[in-house]
Design a protein around this ligand. Structure first.
Ligand SMILES: NC(=O)c1ccc[n+]([C@@H]2O[C@H](COP(=O)([O-])OP(=O)(O)OC[C@H]3O[C@@H](n4cnc5c(N)ncnc54)[C@H](OP(=O)(O)O)[C@@H]3O)[C@@H](O)[C@H]2O)c1
Length: 255
């Protein structure tokens, strides 16, 4: 990886989540001279997740949640870039608060975790992320939107049922999807932040009236699989039969 110059500080919101924790981990490991700040709602709940990172270039702060915009702005001040990860609840309101804090703090680059389904107006989450992307464009801050597919790590939520030999999937188990590892998206985010920083001559800075650059990336995994195929892969790897159950297994008369 190329020397990042003096990229001094990167702030990551929702650091305790699936993507947030992958992101602070990748940033702090690969940019050893950069201060990486991970923000969490509850320090006591999140501290143990990052024991291996503390004391180096990584710091955990609890400036989010009910603490208000001013606290968040103070936490982001001095950051070259902010990684915005809107939470699952109150996605738009909290996401906009993150963006406003970045703008008030004079941050020059926003990296937003978005979704690949963005163009599908019938999907609520896609509409919410479209609103956030538009909101960021209106701030006149350079940005990149990482439109990622389903995280492979989400499948680990089923780990206990995998062990029992069957797991439940609420959607059509034959429908294919293209999972990507949150760690790979984190590596991409790190590279995008570095690239933008090194191309700084193109920076117009926050609040400039010049047109801003919002780079859009669609990030998918290595290939499409169905949940039935996931079960087949697990069966092979674990050398035991693992079955994917859909709603038909529970309510056969309704299907
Ligand atoms: N998972 C996917 O497949 C995927 C793919 C692309 C995009 N996305 C989107 O990316 C976002 C994050 O996904 P994820 O999988 O990383 O989620 P996650 O693991 O559920 O993490 C969400 C984080 O947000 C924090 N949070 C919740 N409510 C908050 C609030 N009101 N204020 C501040 N922080 C709050 C949580 O903190 P606590 O730990 O304190 O609860 C948690 O750390 C979501 O909007 C999701 O839709 C997800």
């Amino acid at each position: 990886m190329e020397e990042p110059g003096n990229l001094t500080k990167v702030f990551v919101t929702s650091a305790a989540g699936t993507f947030g924790s992958a992101c602070v981990r990748h940033l702090s490991t690969n940019l050893p001279t950069t201060r990486v700040i991970g923000s969490v709602r509850e320090m006591s709940k999140s501290r143990d997740k990052f024991l291996d990172l503390r004391g180096n270039n990584f710091e955990l702060v609890d400036v989010v949640g009910d603490r208000g915009l001013e606290s968040l702005t103070r936490g982001m001040r001095g950051s070259d870039a902010v990684v915005i990860i809107p939470p699952n609840q109150r996605r738009v309101d909290v996401g906009k608060e993150y963006v406003m804090a970045a703008k008030n703090a004079g941050v020059r680059f926003i990296c937003l975790l978005s979704v690949s389904a963005i163009g599908k107006r019938e999907v609520m989450i896609a509409r919410q992320f479209a609103e956030l992307e538009d909101f960021i464009k209106e701030t006149w801050i350079d940005a990149c939107f990482l439109r990622a597919t389903f995280f492979a790590e989400n499948l680990l939520a089923n780990a206990a049922s995998f062990k029992r030999g069957s797991f439940y999937h609420p959607a059509n188990p034959d429908a294919r999807f293209n999972p990507i590892s949150a760690a790979d998206v984190a590596a991409f985010a790190t590279a995008a932040i570095q690239r933008n920083f090194m191309e700084k001559k193109g920076h117009r800075g926050a609040l400039s009236s010049a047109p801003v650059r919002a780079d859009i990336y669609y990030l998918t995994g290595p290939g499409a699989v169905s949940m039935v195929e996931v079960a087949e892969i697990l069966s092979k790897v674990a050398s035991k039969f693992v079955r994917c159950c859909c709603c038909c297994c529970f309510f056969p008369l309704r299907c």
